[in-house]
Design a binder for this molecule. Structure first.
Ligand code: SF4
Length: 378
């Protein structure tokens, strides 16, 4: 077999992720954030270093020339460790390749901002339109240094880059990982207030921790979800800023199952079991119940706990086949005692790549083989 026909891990992930106009080029990062998932994964993930230019050219060939956005920070589905694209030694050459391929697309870069010196920003003007999504978890210098494990000089560069980018009309967004136990709500408010000068869009990701985290770290990362939700609601109104917290359990779930429920009825299934992540389960179950009387067949909901990651990880995207297996075994036993014969199982499709593999490369079809019934992704 000719080696030229084998795929790099970066190419594999791009294809497995479904050609989503991402161009990962680095799994190297200058920081060591206290919550970084790279250090808490319960199974090995790949540390691929900087992507070779020849391989990047192959990745560029897969980009859609008319894509609205090309994302250089993502490396989904998530088997390669996250890294800082701007650290790549040939970053300017890479940007040139992307710009030639997709002349009008916005080039989006996730960054901690520490590479964005004024001089470097000047060299990026030629590649506009560009969008920088900057992780900035505290505006307080000491807190910032503690969270990123970096020195004061780096803080100054990151702080200053917001103004420099805005002045040159780059698009700026921010990411906050809220750590009220470490920095306090007053600092969080001050950070949001200062970010508002440069952007009206901030993504908020409450920190996840796996079973690998020790008790000291858990104390630092934990926060009360209800308290955080109320705090963010107050901040939205006060500073007129879009603080997007997709994992806010108090928000209504964007889940509209009616068409899918009808599809299962048309497929002649009588008793359908929907498997939900712990993050979605309670809200999704209520919605299913509301639609229940509108369809002729029966629908049941089961909560799937994440035993692979443990800790507070509860989103569907990080569930593994083994987690579904445990929950399914228990649920089938329960329903069989109630004389209910489940004849179709539905799994959240965001737990799987386009091959149907989870992050450990186990395929969801294993469940269908083991339990002898159809399993669909929905
Ligand atoms: S900036 Fe991102 S990749 Fe780097 S250490 Fe922090 S969380 Fe990890």
């Amino acid at each position: 077999m000719n080696d030229a026909l084998s795929l790099s891990k970066y190419m594999y992930e791009t294809i497995a992720g479904g050609f989503t106009n991402q161009l990962p080029i680095s799994s190297v990062c200058s920081a060591r954030c206290i919550f970084c998932s790279n250090h808490m994964n319960p199974f090995p993930i790949y540390r691929e270093g900087f992507r070779a230019l020849d391989d990047i050219k192959k990745g560029v060939a897969l980009l859609n020339p008319n894509a609205e956005e090309i994302r250089m920070g993502d490396s989904l589905p998530g088997r390669i460790s996250e890294g800082e694209a701007l650290l790549h030694p040939e970053i300017l050459t890479v940007l040139k390749l992307v710009r030639e391929k997709s002349p009008k697309s916005v080039i989006q870069v996730n960054t901690n901002g520490t590479m964005l010196t004024t001089e470097f920003i000047d060299s990026l003007e030629q590649f506009k339109p560009m969008r920088f999504t900057i992780s900035y978890h505290s505006d307080n210098p000491e807190h910032w240094c503690t969270v990123f494990n970096l020195d004061m000089e780096k803080y100054k560069t990151a702080r200053n880059c917001f103004f420099q980018l805005m002045q040159r009309a780059f698009d700026v967004q921010a990411v906050i990982v809220p750590l009220p136990n470490l920095v306090g709500y007053e600092d969080l408010e001050n950070t949001i207030k200062n970010l508002r000068c440069y952007t009206n869009y901030v993504m908020v990701y409450p920190p996840g921790y796996s079973k690998m985290a020790d008790s000291e770290l858990i104390k630092t990362l934990e926060s009360d979800p209800g308290e955080l939700s109320l705090f963010l609601s107050r901040m939205r109104k006060k500073y007129k800023i879009n603080l997007n917290n997709l994992s806010d359990l108090l928000m209504p779930l964007r889940f509209f199952p009616y068409d899918f429920m009808l599809r299962t009825y048309n497929g002649k299934f009588k008793n359908v079991l929907w498997m939900f992540s712990s993050a979605a389960h309670n809200r999704a179950k209520k919605i299913l119940k509301q639609y229940g009387p509108s369809v002729p067949n029966n629908h049941y909901a089961v909560n799937v706990r994440n035993y692979t990651y443990g800790g507070n990880i509860n989103s569907a995207g990080l569930l593994m086949v083994s987690d579904f297996d445990k929950a399914l075994q228990k649920a089938l036993r329960k329903y069989s005692k109630e004389n209910i014969k489940i004849d179709l199982v539905l799994l959240p499709k965001m737990a799987f790549d386009r091959y149907g593999d989870d992050l450990t490369t186990k395929n969801y079809s294993e469940l269908s083989k083991k339990y002898g019934m159809p399993v669909w992704l929905g």
